[in-house]
Design a protein around this ligand. Structure first.
Ligand code: NDP
Length: 501
């Protein structure tokens, strides 16, 4: 029990918190002079900040990352420099499309966001539980998300918008297929893998570089929910994954992931059969095996959810020396968009909020002021160059130079046969009969609510990836199979023309 005295925000002791100051006990008017009442009401109506436009519902915890294998020959990142080195970490897991009060069991990718508090500044890895994404150019992102959210007129989820966009964007097929397997409804946050999804750059002090993808494999094994189980949980306990994470950590059952990377040289990247920077593709394990790097353990619950999780500001643009971006066109947009979202949600000084503060690195910038600035003392000049003692750049941190011979354009990338190859491999080689059955039935449960012309257009894409896949969805929808086959053989442009209504 706390023996603390109640005070106002300014620290004045409060002598009565049950009655406003009024002109009488029954008919009395309330006085404007009651600044305690005014402060209470005014603060209350400002308690909410804008929820994240995506990944609004989430849960998080603290822990550490430990290096178990020395890969320092590929990167100068200090936190990866030697076996046994531990770095404090914040993790946040989330659904994507739902609002802050939505169900944890929704069919949706799960965000897998990490902040490493390294001695060279905070490094954020903002991934998902699925190694690929629906689109490969950031310019499509707002449209894509609009189709996954509520219809602006009805305020209801809109299966027509969902399948219209998917079928007009065939690069989405790989991720859409993952999403409709039971991995689209993970049992909770502990029993799922995480992926950087994007390709990143690792470089050394000698400016040697490679491309990497990160994989976080849960040591508890992947566990999933069936559509029926997910639906039931959404009604009975919409916070089940949030609760599971909190309670398991509270009970000392610390979730753990083994961390691996895939590594590709630039020469290999030029030759690989798939564009290694296209986020709708994986690098096959057989081509680029998982190389062990470390482990991630979560062992501490937040003590204030709003301060530490709701205000957590992850951004893929938060790098440390030794790690950088790749020319992945979705990543390039995210480098801007995440930081920008935090400027909007939390303000320009969001990196001063304790959970976002680079607590293991010294910070000295020439930025000053702005809303909610809490920089206590900074006696140095606030400009560069300066001979009066301001902070100076250090050329020894320069990353490798990339020479480009470029053509500037809005390079439209048409759908190609290669966009269907990995989907087919996934369906045929990875999914067993039970997983295939659940995939088909999960798709049917959703697409049966869309218009028939959209069903035809999308089914033709399933068919292009794998004949059995397309056939089974078409049968489930009772579509004319010869028409599906005919549509599958058309170019995307003709297919769209043939399925306008
Ligand atoms: P492998 O055949 O070596 O391994 C299959 C991969 O699929 C494993 O990562 C496995 O994860 C994952 N997986 C197994 N069952 C499911 C499921 N029901 N839903 C989603 N993922 C599942 O993979 P390849 O590298 O040869 O790639 C083959 C296909 O596998 C790819 O086209 C891609 O679609 C998919 N895949 C590839 C990944 C990669 O990074 N290369 C990652 C995940 C999937 P686990 O070991 O945890 O069971």
């Amino acid at each position: 029990m706390s023996n603390k005295k109640l005070t106002t925000n300014e620290g004045e002791p409060v002598y009565n918190d049950q009655a406003s100051i009024t002109t009488g006990s029954k008919e009395g008017y309330t006085l404007l002079q009651d600044s305690h009442l005014l402060e209470k009401l005014a603060h209350f109506s400002r308690e909410r900040i804008p929820e994240r436009v995506v990944h609004a519902k989430g849960a998080g915890a603290f822990g550490y990352f430990e290096v178990t294998h020395d890969l320092s020959k590929y990167t100068r990142a200090k936190f990866l420099e030697k076996i046994g080195k531990k770095t404090e970490v914040l993790a946040r897991f989330s659904t994507v499309g739902g609002e802050r009060g939505s169900a944890d069991s929704a069919r949706d990718p799960r965000g897998f966001a990490l902040k490493f508090y390294t001695e060279e500044g905070n490094y954020d890895l903002v991934g998902n539980n699925i190694p690929i994404f629906f689109i490969r150019d950031a310019i499509k992102f707002p449209d894509f998300i609009h189709t996954q959210k509520r219809n602006p007129i009805t305020n209801l989820p809109d299966p027509n918008a969902f399948w219209d966009f998917m079928s007009l964007t065939p690069e989405s097929l790989h991720q859409a297929t993952f999403l409709f397997t039971d991995r689209g409804t993970p049992q909770d946050f502990r029993h799922m893998d995480g992926f950087s999804s994007h390709t990143y750059l690792w470089y050394t002090e000698d400016e040697e570089y490679v491309w990497v993808k990160y994989h976080f494999k849960t040591t508890l094994g992947n566990k999933t929910l069936t559509a029926e189980e997910a639906e039931k949980l959404a009604g009975e306990n919409p916070n089940h994954a949030t609760e599971d994470l909190y309670v398991s950590i509270q009970n000392g059952e610390y979730p753990q992931w083994d961390v691996y990377v895939q590594i590709m040289t630039n020469e290999e990247a030029m030759e690989y059969e798939f564009d290694p920077f296209d986020i709708t593709k994986v690098w096959y394990h057989g081509d680029y095996p998982l190389i062990p790097l470390g482990k991630l353990v979560l062992n501490k619950n937040p003590t204030n959810f709003f301060n530490q999780i709701e205000q957590a500001a992850f951004s893929p643009s938060h790098f440390v020396p030794g790690i950088g971006p790749s020319p992945d066109k979705l990543l390039q947009g995210r480098l801007f968009a995440y930081e920008d979202a935090h400027r909007y949600r939390l303000g320009i000084n969001h990196s001063q909020i304790p959970v976002n503060h680079a607590k293991n690195a010294e910070i000295s910038t020439n930025q000053r002021d702005g809303y909610m600035n809490m920089d206590e003392e900074n006696p140095y000049p606030n400009y560069y160059p300066s001979t009066l003692g301001g902070p100076k750049p250090d050329i020894s941190f320069k990353p490798p130079v990339f020479e480009l011979d470029a053509v500037l354009d809005r390079h439209t990338r048409p759908t190609e046969d290669v966009d269907f190859v990995q989907v087919g491999e996934f369906y045929r080689r990875v999914l067993d009969d039970k997983n295939k059955n659940n995939l088909i039935s999960n798709i049917l449960g959703h697409i049966s609510n869309a218009n028939e012309n959209l069903q035809y257009r999308q089914c033709a894409l399933f068919y292009k990836a794998d004949v059995d896949y397309g056939t089974r969805v078409a049968e489930g929808l009772k579509l004319d199979f010869s028409k599906v086959k005919e549509l599958a053989e058309m170019s995307q442009e003709d297919r769209v023309k043939a399925t306008l209504n």
